[in-house]
Design a protein around this ligand. Sequence first.
Ligand SMILES: NC(=O)c1ccc[n+]([C@@H]2O[C@H](COP(=O)([O-])OP(=O)(O)OC[C@H]3O[C@@H](n4cnc5c(N)ncnc54)[C@H](O)[C@@H]3O)[C@@H](O)[C@H]2O)c1
Ligand SMILES: [Zn+2]
Length: 365
Amino acid sequence: VTVSPVDVRVELGERSYAIRIGSGLLDDRALFGQLGAGTACAIVTNETVAPLYAERLAASLRSQFGHIEIVVLPDGEVHKDWPALQRVFSALLESKCDRSVIVFALGGGVIGDLAGFAAACYMRGVRYVQVPTTLLAQVDSAVGGKTAINHALGKNMIGAFHQPMLVVADIDTLQTLPKRELVAGLAEVIKYGAIADDGFLDWIDSHMGELLSFDPLALAHAVRRSCEIKAAIVAADERESGVRATLNFGHTFGHAIETGLGHGAWLHGEAVGCGMVMAADLSVRLDLLPRAHADRITKIVARAGLPVKAPALGAERYLELMRVDKKADGGQLRFVVLDGPGQALLRVVEPGRVVETLEATSELA
Ligand SMILES: NC(=O)c1ccc[n+]([C@@H]2O[C@H](COP(=O)([O-])OP(=O)(O)OC[C@H]3O[C@@H](n4cnc5c(N)ncnc54)[C@H](O)[C@@H]3O)[C@@H](O)[C@H]2O)c1
Ligand SMILES: [Zn+2]
């Protein structure tokens, strides 16, 4: 099955760009040809993705660029760090890339965030193209211009807003993804339905079988609708001073799970899946959402194969992990909650209500 390409636009004035979604895009020389010719480009990727896709991308770029520098980093979130970033800068400098270089981020969200940040910094900012190869990266991290590396004291703490010039989501690349990674990406897809489009949530529910069996048409639709929703939110609020925060639905609980269990125990998407179940329950307790709708979200998250019961970290530990700032008063608890199907808003919530949700949704110790 080949999926004909579609473009989703991210409208940001002079920083606008297209997200091209379809099959066979890695080999689409005409698509990359639109970027224009140049003296050099760099492909930043990792040890896992390079043997699968780097040569194909390079072949599509070869007639256009005098030099193609391929930077292969070690795989893993732990390598979204300063030493890996330094390796990118060294490779660019050693191959004498100037400000006209175009950086291609070929991989999942880790590579996208790091290569994007490298592009934001190198010679005070150069152009880059996102070529996301995980479902999470295609529906989320490659779109919107947030780039970062991690610091020992916090995830994504060192970064910049830097929009790509193009996003190329070749859905064929998802075929080699481990199932667990595909499922983790589905959590973010479900998120878009929950916060912005109840009809899409229905579609996800009725196409879960196809999605879980890597059906290209179903995946292409999921990527497209997710990108449309994210693009509209980013266009309305590029720097997250308002509505963009609703993209964090499920993430306050999710981050607490990730940190509480130690990073890497659950994948980010798994924690977000469970976090959405918790945030939906909280929305019911705040009288914003009918119980039936929260139950529907729980059912969809469970059908995706994502966890719906939170680990028993203890209510106090959860609260401590979720407080916004660590001031003397303990800091506020702020959540994205649902105030109807396909509608989300940010709320400060009393600890008592949060504890009720924790008691109702965690595994009993
Ligand atoms: N910038 C943003 O707005 C934003 C949003 C969400 C997440 N993120 C970031 O994204 C990162 C997570 O991204 P991720 O879930 O893609 O993880 P990842 O980049 O670690 O990729 C997951 C795994 O899949 C492998 N892989 C990638 N493509 C593959 C393919 N086609 N076939 C087989 N294996 C493949 C990777 O090498 C890795 O082992 C986190 O660092 C997170 O902070 C950023
Ligand atoms: Zn997320």
